[in-house]
Design a protein around this ligand. Structure first.
Ligand SMILES: [Zn+2]
Length: 462
């Protein structure tokens, strides 16, 4: 048995049901599970590991609900810098077709390292192409070395250009092998237990890259094993037109016809959803991975997040793939979520102080989406807040730094409003992933060098 005592934090943000913010706070954990949270004076005074966090803000680990790790290799690709989703994809598909298993390994470690340094402790990743012998295993094994919790989504594409889909035929797979691989991955890696480090998710890529049949069969397989379902949905106007033309339904209606609604389903984006579609999400329990930077980068639009929250939709935050962000900084994403929601409120006719103007997203709402919101979207009751019985997953930021100078009137708001920083500690299940601002689980300079070499090779053949 090992015990951990975190104490003397300037402020501990619990994100519990009362949203307690505890000055001079801390918690006591045993074997990675929290036993007590409160003011330092009320906690035990000894433990195997004691972490004094004077000057620090302590928050529950952030949860990333949508990513494509492999895209860290294709950030800022010149030909894809100034394109909307469909043209961006068509430019990048042939480059991605050169990915190797080693590239999946490297990019997974790069993305998870960035996430960890931004306060993330649990991430979902959506890998939907498997060229040159790449496998989801390559990602899962690489992820285990970093120490974050991973919800590895077995993505897929089966509707190539020759069948009316968007991706070239060279990057799509045969549907029988997709389903066979999905099943063996669930059986080998999915851990349904509280405290799980690896869960498997089934995730056909999008309405424009898989068939209706694969969507239905994936849902049936997922429900047979009790794993969750994920896909991109209602991201752009182009997608909406594609669905209306090809299936005779708007994207959300199309999902309904495929039995792709329920508490075990979450959708990335959901920018173009109307009130009745949001109500359907709320009624059936569908979750949303909000990816504000990607939506701005690809000019997709502004997702109506405050409206969704008001209607009772579960909302989490996602950085999305690094070719459309082009980073994996989840605290930065919380800031973007707050800012773009305000821009949306402004564009919809609200003056910032006028009577009857729609509410503006607050810093605390953005943090809530990034923590307990994300946990709910991934279907996890064991993470997302700091309270007894939950995993000891947290991060800490030293507030005594240039970026927050002059903002100590409200340190919680400061970490969202002020420029994003790298964190000082990230701890998952009571174990350090980041300590004193440094990643403890791998050699970062070597990773960056290998990663750059791999990225250069991918682009060279273009
Ligand atoms: Zn995505």
């Amino acid at each position: 048995m090992t015990t951990l005592l975190v104490r003397h934090a300037m402020l501990l943000i619990s994100m519990d049901d009362q949203r307690r913010e505890i000055p001079e706070g801390g918690f006591f954990a045993r074997d990675g599970i929290i036993e007590q949270v409160g003011p330092t004076v009320a906690l035990p005074s000894v433990a195997d590991e004691v972490l004094d966090l004077h000057d620090h803000l302590v928050l529950p680990g952030l949860v990333n609900t949508h990513h494509h790790f492999y895209q860290t290799l294709t950030r800022a690709v010149p030909a894809a810098q100034n394109a909307n989703l469909f043209n961006w994809l068509k430019t990048l598909y042939p480059i991605w077709a050169r990915l190797t298993p080693q590239d999946i390994h490297l990019s997974t470690q790069t993305a998870l390292t960035e996430l960890a340094l931004s306060g993330c402790t649990t991430a979902s990743d959506h890998l939907y192409l498997y060229p040159n012998g790449s496998r989801l295993e390559d990602e899962i094994l690489a992820g285990m070395e970093i120490g974050l919790r991973l919800h590895a989504a077995r993505g897929s594409m089966s509707l190539g250009e020759s069948k009316g889909g968007l991706p070239p035929d060279s990057v799509v797979e045969d549907e029988d092998s997709i389903l066979r691989d999905s099943q063996q991955l669930i059986e080998k890696y999915h851990d349904p237990n509280p405290g799980a480090f690896v869960r498997v998710v089934l995730a056909p890529c999008s309405p424009f890259s898989v068939t209706a049949d694969l969507m239905r069969q994936s849902a049936a397989l997922a429900r047979q094993y009790g794993v969750h379902l994920h896909t991109h949905l209602a991201e752009t106007q182009d997608e909406e037109s594609f669905c209306l033309e090809k299936f005779g339904h708007r994207p959300v209606d199309y999902m309904k016809t495929l039995n792709w609604v329920g508490e075990d389903v979450w959708f990335a984006h959901s920018v173009h959803v109307n009130p009745s579609e949001m109500d359907l999400y709320a009624r059936t329990g569908c979750g949303v991975a909000h990816c504000p930077t990607s939506n701005m980068r690809l000019a997709s639009g502004i997702a109506p997040i405050l409206d969704m929250l008001a209607r009772g939709v579960r909302v989490g935050l996602g950085v999305d793939g690094s070719a459309s962000n082009d980073g994996s900084h989840l605290m930065a994403e919380a800031r973007q979520a707050m800012l773009v929601a305000r821009l949306g409120a402004g564009l919809h006719g609200a003056s910032l102080s006028g009577e009857g103007s729609p509410p503006l997203m607050t810093a605390r709402q953005a943090l809530e989406i990034a923590t307990r919101g994300g946990a709910a979207v991934l279907g996890r009751a064991d993470i997302g807040s700091l309270e007894p019985g939950k995993c000891a997953d947290f991060f800490a930021i030293n507030l005594n730094r240039l970026e927050y100078a002059g903002a100590m009137h409200d340190p919680v708001a400061a970490v969202v409003f002020c420029a994003p920083v790298l964190v000082d500690y990230t701890v998952v299940g009571g174990k350090y992933v980041v300590k004193d601002g440094q990643l403890v689980t791998l050699d970062l300079p070597r990773l960056i060098e290998s990663h750059n070499r791999a990225a250069q090779r991918l682009l060279k053949k273009n």
